[in-house]
Design a protein around this ligand. Structure first.
Ligand code: MRU
Length: 340
């Protein structure tokens, strides 16, 4: 059931488990079609859930973790949870939430469909609660700041809750505080334009869409006061992988002395990875850059480098907003202490 806050903000859930554990299926809102069409996929086999994650029908770090956990129920229905975990693990490499959620399923003492579904529901609720707590901690940072900037999509579609980086904006708006958000379009798949602009404007928030390349100019011209981005994997030293373009945004914010924050739940931290240098960055197909849907946007035979993420070094990050509170530098010590 959506909370009254979620209903007030008109947030759409990225997935829903339908029916019981033994015969049910995973219904996914196909984010590739948004905002033009709200269509759903029905995943009844593990490979369909893995394909939905791989092709970004469902996307965003916390959301792919939860979707993968539900995907395991489909494996459990056939007595093949372990195989399901392996197949889902191979769907995307960067967001650690996927591996964290699958590890929780792997560790269950019993892999019958009821037990796996119960755990998937717990993970879903955990991420929802995290969003609310992140929103509250982030709201305290906004204080009298009202001009904010963000990248990619970190809202309900990305989490199942009220989001991570945008959660403070939702809460500020719900409290009637002034908030103006500049959203980067987020090339090549336009998660900022298609999803963040859609979610924030539907909630009634004052949102302005900009091209990724306009970020530095906008920070200076529109007197941006705070930048908040999400994360797909945060290393033990605070280096943070997020959607490609985040690093450039952090550099621009740093140059203009605007605080740049990362907002992410505990499930996005990877303490086994010492620094950003060891984070695997997903590289996606060249067609994502040379075409938009079926329309060519570049010569077909052009060479393309298409990293889906980049790493923002810890020294550009003013603080990391988690459900447990705000983490400050020196990150190596504070992350270990807070996440213990
Ligand atoms: O490729 P995507 O759309 O899955 O990338 C998502 C992001 O980079 C988000 O900023 C990140 O997952 C934030 S977590 C709420």
């Amino acid at each position: 059931m959506p909370t009254s806050l979620e209903s007030k903000l008109i947030l759409s859930a990225p997935f829903k488990w339908m029916g019981d554990a033994k015969t049910g299926f995973l219904k996914i809102l196909d984010q590739r079609e948004l905002p033009q069409k709200e269509t759903h996929l029905e995943c009844r086999a593990v490979k369909e859930a893995a394909f939905a994650i791989k092709t970004l029908a469902v996307r965003g770090a916390p959301a792919i973790g939860v979707a993968a956990a539900f995907g395991c129920v489909l494996g459990a229905q056939r007595g093949k949870t372990k195989e399901a975990i392996e197949e889902l693990k191979a769907s995307r490499p960067t967001a650690v939430n996927l591996f964290w959620a699958l590890n929780r399923i792997r560790k269950l003492s019993n892999h019958d469909p009821e037990t796996v579904l119960q755990e998937a529901r717990k993970i879903e609720q955990y991420e929802k609660d995290n969003c609310l707590a992140i929103g509250r901690h982030g709201l305290a940072l906004l204080k009298n700041k009202s001009r904010a900037m963000t990248i990619c999509n970190t809202g309900a579609l990305c989490t199942g809750g009220i989001g991570t980086a945008v959660a403070p904006f939702f809460l500020a708006h719900a409290e009637g505080r002034p908030i103006q958000v500049y959203a980067l379009e987020t090339r090549p798949l336009l998660q900022g334009a298609r999803l963040t602009a859609w979610e924030l404007s539907r909630a009634g928030i004052d949102v302005t869409l900009i091209c990724d390349g306009a970020a530095a100019h906008t920070i200076r011209e529109k007197k941006i006061e705070i930048v908040i981005a999400g994360a797909d994997r945060i290393a033990a030293n605070g280096d943070s992988a997020n959607k490609v373009g985040t690093y450039a945004l952090a550099l621009a914010a740093h140059y203009h002395k605007v605080p740049f924050y990362i907002a992410a739940p505990s499930s996005s931290f990877d303490l086994a990875t010492p620094s950003g240098d060891q984070i695997t960055i997903e590289e996606r197909s060249k067609e994502e850059v040379t075409r938009w849907k079926n329309t060519p946007a570049a010569p077909d035979n052009i060479s393309v480098f298409n990293p889906a993420f980049d790493v923002t070094p810890n020294n550009l990050i003013a603080g990391i907003i988690t459900e447990k509170g705000l983490i400050h530098p020196p990150y190596k010590e504070t992350i270990a202490k807070i996440l213990k």
